[in-house]
Design a protein around this ligand. Structure first.
Ligand SMILES: CC(C)(COP(=O)(O)OP(=O)(O)OC[C@H]1O[C@@H](n2cnc3c(N)ncnc32)[C@H](O)[C@@H]1OP(=O)(O)O)[C@@H](O)C(=O)NCCC(=O)NCCS
Length: 213
């Protein structure tokens, strides 16, 4: 019963988007933002794609209070004033005040910890982890854990061999129904160790391989 109520609460809390991602009604997602399948965005997160695009992959976890900024949140440092005068003068265009920045591109299965801030133009690789409260000013490599202000590498999640095998598997491109038979193996790192992970990835690959003969 307790489990059922918890599920009901989660379903209510995170509104479903058509392609399977979930966004809390208390989160803000504005502008040119695309979220991949199963990705969830928790309450008080604020994801912008104003003046530049923001792309987030599949199976990403965006915790409470995360902020992802875009070009629209960059004020000019090179002018006499950083103030966005278009706010008080309707003859001025917001676009003229935007400082060009690259897109934010976040890979698949990225976990962004509570209250982290991702600055415009930052790219985050697949499987990376951003610690709670981090300010991410530079690109983050795939499977790297970063934390702090400014965010610095803490460590890689796995050995180079396991990172490469996970990347090669591209498991995040699959629908959950396809992953479900393997979910205990995918989730259970403690019990299986890196060898077990490689076995699981091999199993996944075999299950998908076209039947021979
Ligand atoms: C980044 C994180 C994943 C690292 O986990 P971990 O590998 O178990 O990290 P450890 O506890 O072993 O810490 C490793 C080092 O990083 C530091 N560190 C860990 N998290 C940090 C953070 N958020 N900010 C700054 N430093 C951090 C630790 O102090 C430690 O430093 P030291 O080696 O100098 O002692 C985790 O600390 C974190 O921030 N998780 C996010 C939790 C969250 O926001 N959940 C929201 C709900 S989904």
């Amino acid at each position: 019963m307790k489990n059922f109520l918890a599920r009901l609460y989660t379903a209510f809390k995170l509104r479903r988007w058509p392609h399977g991602c979930r966004i809390s009604p208390l989160a803000t997602v504005k502008g040119d933002v695309r979220l991949g399948k199963y990705t969830y965005v928790s309450s008080f997160a604020d994801i912008r794609g104003i003046g530049s695009a923001t792309r987030i992959g599949n199976y990403c976890s965006v915790a409470r209070g995360v902020k992802i900024l875009s070009a629209g949140q960059v004020h000019s440092l090179a002018s006499i004033s950083t103030f966005p005068f278009y706010l008080i003068d309707r003859s001025l265009r917001r676009a003229d005040f935007m400082v060009p920045r690259g897109d934010v591109v976040i890979g698949n299965d990225v976990w962004i910890g509570a209250d982290a801030i991702v600055l415009p133009g930052v790219r985050v690789g697949d499987g990376a982890v951003i610690g709670a409260g981090a300010v991410v000013t530079k690109d983050v490599a795939a499977f790297q854990i970063v934390a702090g202000v400014p965010a610095r590498p803490v460590r890689m999640r796995f050995s180079a061999a396991v990172c490469a095998a996970i990347a090669a598997s591209q498991w995040w491109e699959r629908d959950y129904a396809e992953l479900r038979p393997f979910i205990r193996r995918i989730h259970a790192h403690e019990q299986q160790g890196e060898e077990g992970m490689l076995e699981t990835l091999a199993l996944l690959a075999r299950e998908r391989a076209p039947a021979s003969g």
